[in-house]
Design a protein around this ligand. Structure first.
Ligand code: ZN
Length: 478
């Protein structure tokens, strides 16, 4: 029997696609163009387990895929690999409002889960621009971050348990909602953020939070980011744990978004260098939140931290302020080619990083237009570089390795990370090796132990072990 006929027998006509694969192949940044063998769409955990055993028998590489919104090629198949899509596994298996937990399958979209639990008065506190398409399995495999990390942590922090299909085809089922369980190694954390290289997450038990009863969104204008960070400190002191998001964007990003969104208006009569967007929420009913935000902003203004501020007076006004921030990625096309870096830094070092990196970049590429924005509260910067006016797209793209070196050198020197919330995938795999030999070798030995045939998402995050390559070499010469 051929691989395809075996797959067909297991999955049926609905479960195996051999043509029309465009939407599983094309990815947001158009970098990867593999030709997968087919797309498997299993309908149950048992079927995923059978599928893994079958692929193991045929030594067929498997690429798990959620909503395929990732930005580093983690869900992209290379030639002749099998994509495993979880889109037919989207059930919310069990919602427990007493325990405030939910068991959900990997293919459920983030938006669908948030809607489902909201109807029960609960919140799944992960918010991403791509939440209508991104899936729970994908967000866990990449440990997605997003806008609410400052208060609730990343995806990892929400997980109580996982169901994972292992390379052997066995199912590790730990979907208990226990908040305390110190019975040995906490293995779920190895799978979370492993980008599908160690096992296939088929379901998760997630902790939920109370749905906010009052929410205030505001944007402040700042002359520089030292003031922006002083504002963050003041907001945290005044609003405590109710501060749920604190984002930042420069005037250049505002210009791109205004060019991209015909109905949008600049929130301020006079532009400033930076804008800080923040949101405070409380599950306690009442109106106290708005007064606290007004008070914090009045003090910040008196201290010279902010030039101006707007507080949203309605839900639609709040949404339009958020649309300015969420629209940046799509709007950057108005600046031509954008070289993107998803980095994080200790929050206090953000201004130093921006100063150093921008000076070095301007020397290397005169006219380059940095457009740094993102999550001020947790130090995650989308450090994107727009092409100089007058330079061709090809010439600018050719400078990407030089720009990367400048950016990542400074990130490392200041104690940051070269892969903050998007993951490593193919895009940052080789960069990850630099200066982290011990960490990468531990990752490779875990990969070797848990996926000895190397069939789970090969080449992503870590390359095959050098030990394995040497063994191959020995065999070839023997
Ligand atoms: Zn982000």
């Amino acid at each position: 029997m051929t691989i395809l006929s075996d797959l067909h027998q297991l999955l049926g006509a609905d479960g195996l696609l051999e043509s029309g694969l465009d939407r599983y192949v094309s990815e947001p940044r158009g970098r990867y163009h593999g030709r997968p063998l087919a797309v498997a769409r299993p309908g149950s955990t048992e079927q995923v387990a059978e599928l893994v055993r079958l692929c193991s028998k045929h030594r067929l590489a498997m690429v798990p895929q959620g909503g395929h919104t990732g930005l580093v090629g983690g869900g992209s198949a290379l030639d002749s690999e099998l994509i495993i899509s979880f889109e037919r596994m989207r059930a919310v298996r069990h919602l427990d409002t007493v325990d405030a937990s939910v068991v959900v399958e990997a293919g459920c979209t983030l938006a669908a889960l948030r809607d489902t639990v909201a109807r029960a008065g609960l919140l799944y506190p992960l918010s991403l621009a791509s939440e209508g398409t991104a899936t729970i399995g994908g967000t866990l495999a990449t440990n997605a971050g997003g806008n609410l990390t400052i208060r609730y942590g990343n995806s990892r922090a929400q997980v109580l348990g996982l169901e994972v299909v292992l390379a052997s085809g066995e199912v590790l089922s730990e979907l208990s909602p226990l908040r305390k369980d110190n019975s040995g190694f906490d293995l779920k954390h190895c799978f979370i953020g492993s980008e599908g290289t160690l096992g296939l997450i088929t379901a998760a038990c997630l902790a939920l939070k109370p749905q906010p009863a009052q929410s205030v969104t505001a944007m402040a204008a700042c002359a520089d980011l030292e003031r922006g960070l002083a504002l963050l400190k003041r907001l945290r002191a005044r609003l405590g744990e109710t501060l749920s998001a604190c984002e930042f964007m420069p005037e250049l990003a505002m210009q791109f978004v205004l060019a991209d969104q015909p109905g949008a208006a600049h929130p301020f009569a006079k532009p400033s260098a930076w804008y800080v967007l923040f949101q405070a929420d409380s599950a306690i009913d009442g109106q106290g939140m708005e007064a606290a935000v007004m008070d914090a902003l009045a003090h910040a203004h008196d201290e010279g931290l902010i030039d101006d501020a707007v507080v949203a007076d309605s839900l639609s006004r709040a949404e339009s302020l958020w649309a300015l921030r969420e629209g940046i990625s799509a709007a950057q096309k108005h600046g031509g080619v954008s070289l993107k870096h998803d980095i994080s830094l200790p929050v206090a070092r953000i201004p130093a990083f921006l100063d150093q990196a921008q000076v070095a970049l301007a020397e290397a590429v005169p006219g380059i237009r940095p457009c740094p924005f993102g999550h001020l509260g947790d130090g995650n910067i989308h450090f994107n570089l727009s092409q100089p006016e007058g330079m061709s797209a090809e010439a600018f793209r050719a400078l990407e390795p030089d720009c990367n070196r400048i950016v990542f050198e400074r990130v490392r020197a200041l104690g940051g990370s070269i892969a903050a919330e998007h993951g490593v995938g193919l895009l940052r795999r080789d960069e990850l090796q630099r200066g982290q030999a011990l960490k990468v070798s531990l990752m490779q030995s875990l990969k070797q132990a848990w996926d000895p045939q190397g069939l789970f998402n090969p080449g992503k995050v870590v390359a095959a072990t050098s030990r394995k390559a040497e063994q191959g070499g020995d065999q070839a010469s023997a």
